[in-house]
Design a protein around this ligand. Structure first.
Ligand code: M6R
Length: 607
């Protein structure tokens, strides 16, 4: 499951705080939502199928209870229905839990619990947690001890928060391989899957680590390990404002985030490149490059494509072989060696496959660097070095500013490694640095051409399929452009290396298949123009992405989306931005749920 969890204990009515938190966490799953609150008469449970708004409608009388938990679900085990919505309770109805993760030994646990008389009311694995705590409570004086003992029986991943009627002002929160943090307030405390859910109440958070169990009351937070030994975790101040985490007047988070790219890119390079001297400062020193033999980039989805897009640049800069691997494949089939550098690319820092891939690499003695957007995320605690993308919160499921800032940070990494290994000259480093300095302005100019993109989108919106082509560094951009389109508009879209068309995909195209051809910044430009000619011969409409100065492409393409003339190494980022806008306007014209596409969730914290 990749669900959202929120808990509150304090002096205010918990229900509105939980509902507000759930709305901010909805990007993590929106199959169903629910909450449980303790009040004088016991625990009140409310659940509804669908987004949080459905749950909100069911709240008729506000409970005065000041301690409660909430959950928004992305279903994995058990159908999408009210019984499977969280919270779940034990047989007595006095222990309620919310859970994000997967219990791998659920079958075994459930069989044992049922044989001892427990009655399961849902098909979820999560419900087992409540029954296990019920059993352990019998021989325990402390609620926290019962939770610890129960969790020790679980194999798998969890972030869980537990509410118990006999401890009306206490929440117990625990994590293992699923994110959870505590928002520290005054006479009140919160617990949540991520900081956006607590930011309107506090900017002070404690990130729980794997194995932590926290006992949270209005005035205290005490954390122990699974054996009950106290552990110390620091309070971190969140620098993101709530406004930054919200829509700021845009119709969709995705559009807001697309438009934030000029400032996100500025942030990504700020203080890392000196305009005067070719010095790249991303926290790497001599020891970080010594003995390096090969580099592997791993990630999933868009983050994987960022790796593909950076590959040739890193190879040119470092002179080292660079592999790019899908994390879910690499975790099982990768062959990491000591002497390798494995760079994990992950916006959230919580993607289960990426985390597993790097754990694998570390075990083999490889160095692990992380390129991530989320401070305090799990990857930042695993990696040897962390390079933050500094894009700010990305709420839309479709990744946009995370992608472009990942590409920027990967270029900085390449330049820094090339400096450390002396592989390219200071002049080359200075030239690339100046291109990165210009990038934010170029992205702004690209965004200003949105009207032309909107018009082109209307031609795709009524079609059922579209193909994207590019060569070299534009090939990953074609893959990413196609992913954006399919993800949010549900138009079937695929990206191809332009030279591959003749080897199969050409059979699919006809006058109803728009082809998006990326030619800006293509050193094999003429070859791609020939591919466009072949497509035109089959009657397909062609939308080309080309530089302002290109006067040839318009002879072939039906529509040309112009990209400001830009240096070769940053041109793909500009094309990526145009393709984000294209996907957005197609999805909008088709009336799709842009920020929360069907069947997807922002953070994929399970395999
Ligand atoms: O948080 P991560 O970067 O690790 O997420 C990886 C993918 O799940 C993510 O990029 C996904 O492909 C995006 N929704 C695509 O827009």
């Amino acid at each position: 499951m990749m669900c959202g969890i929120i808990g509150y204990v304090g002096y205010r009515s918990a229900v509105p705080i939980i509902v507000e938190g759930l709305k901010r966490l909805e990007y993590r799953g929106y199959d169903s939502a629910g909450l449980s609150v303790i009040s004088g008469s016991g625990i009140t449970l409310l659940r509804a199928v669908g987004p949080v708004a459905g749950l909100e409608k069911k709240i008729t009388a506000l409970s005065a209870g000041a301690c409660g938990i909430g959950h928004t679900r992305w279903a994995t085990m058990g159908a999408v229905n009210e019984e499977n919505a969280h919270p779940h309770s034990d047989c007595t109805g006095k222990i309620h839990i919310v859970h994000n993760g997967i219990i791998e030994n659920f079958g075994e646990l459930k069989a044992g619990l049922e044989s001892r008389g427990h009655l399961f009311l849902s098909q979820t694995d999560s419900e087992a947690i409540a029954h296990l705590i019920e059993e352990e409570s019998a021989g325990c004086d402390s609620f926290a001890d019962a939770v610890r003992r129960a969790l020790k029986k679980i194999r798998g991943s969890f972030a869980t928060v537990v509410l118990c009627a006999s401890n009306p002002d206490t929440l117990i929160a625990a994590r293992h391989e699923s994110p959870l943090l505590i928002g520290v307030g005054d006479s009140e405390n919160l617990v949540a899957s991520d900081a956006t859910a607590v930011l309107s109440h506090t900017d002070r958070v404690i990130y729980l680590e794997d194995g932590d169990v926290a006992t949270i009351t209005p005035n205290s937070v005490s954390i122990s390990d699974m054996d009950g030994a106290g552990v110390c975790r620091e309070i971190v101040k969140i620098e993101w404002s709530l406004d930054e985490a919200e829509k700021s007047g845009y119709e969709h988070y995705m559009l807001k985030e697309i438009n934030e790219q000029p400032s996100a890119i500025r942030e990504a390079i700020m203080g890392r490149i000196s305009p005067a001297e070719p010095i790249i400062d991303i926290g790497l020193g001599e020891e970080d490059a010594s003995g390096l033999k090969a580099i592997t980039l791993v990630g999933c989805g868009t983050s994987y494509y960022a790796g593909l897009a950076a590959r040739h640049f890193i190879e040119r800069c470092t002179g080292l072989p660079v592999n790019v691997e899908i994390a879910s494949e690499y975790r099982y089939y990768g062959m990491p060696k000591s002497g390798d550098l494995v760079v994990a690319i992950t916006q959230s820092g919580e993607t289960a496959d990426t985390l597993a891939a790097v754990k694998q690499a570390k075990k083999a003695g490889a160095r692990v660097y992380a390129v991530t957007n989320v401070i305090g995320s799990t990857i930042t605690r695993i990696a040897d070095r962390v390079m933050l993308t500094r894009a700010g919160p990305e709420i839309s499921v479709a990744s946009t500013k995370a992608f472009t800032t990942q590409m920027v940070v990967l270029q900085l990494l390449a330049l820094r490694l090339s400096q450390l290994t002396g592989n390219i000259s200071a002049k080359e480093v200075a030239d690339h640095s100046s291109h990165l300095h210009r990038l934010s302005r170029l992205v702004q100019e690209t965004l200003e051409r949105r009207d032309a993109v909107m018009q082109a989108a209307s031609g795709i919106a009524e079609k059922t399929a579209a193909f994207y082509i590019g060569r070299g560094q534009n090939y990953p951009i074609a893959l990413e452009g196609a992913l954006k389109l399919k993800e949010i508009s549900y138009v079937h879209a695929e990206g191809f290396a332009a030279g591959e068309l003749k080897h199969g995909p050409l059979a699919l195209i006809d006058e109803n298949t728009p082809i998006v051809a990326i030619v800006a910044g293509d050193p094999t430009y003429e070859k791609t123009l020939s591919n466009i000619a072949e497509i035109k011969a089959r009657g397909s409409p062609v939308i080309a992405l080309a530089f302002d100065s290109d006067t040839d492409v318009e002879k072939q393409a039906d529509i040309v989306l112009r990209i400001p003339d830009a240096p070769f190494d940053v041109a793909p980022l500009l094309c990526a931005v145009t393709l984000q806008l294209l996907a957005y306007y197609v999805a909008k014209a088709r009336g799709c749920s842009i920020d929360r596409p069907r069947n997807l969730a922002k953070s994929v914290t399970v395999e």
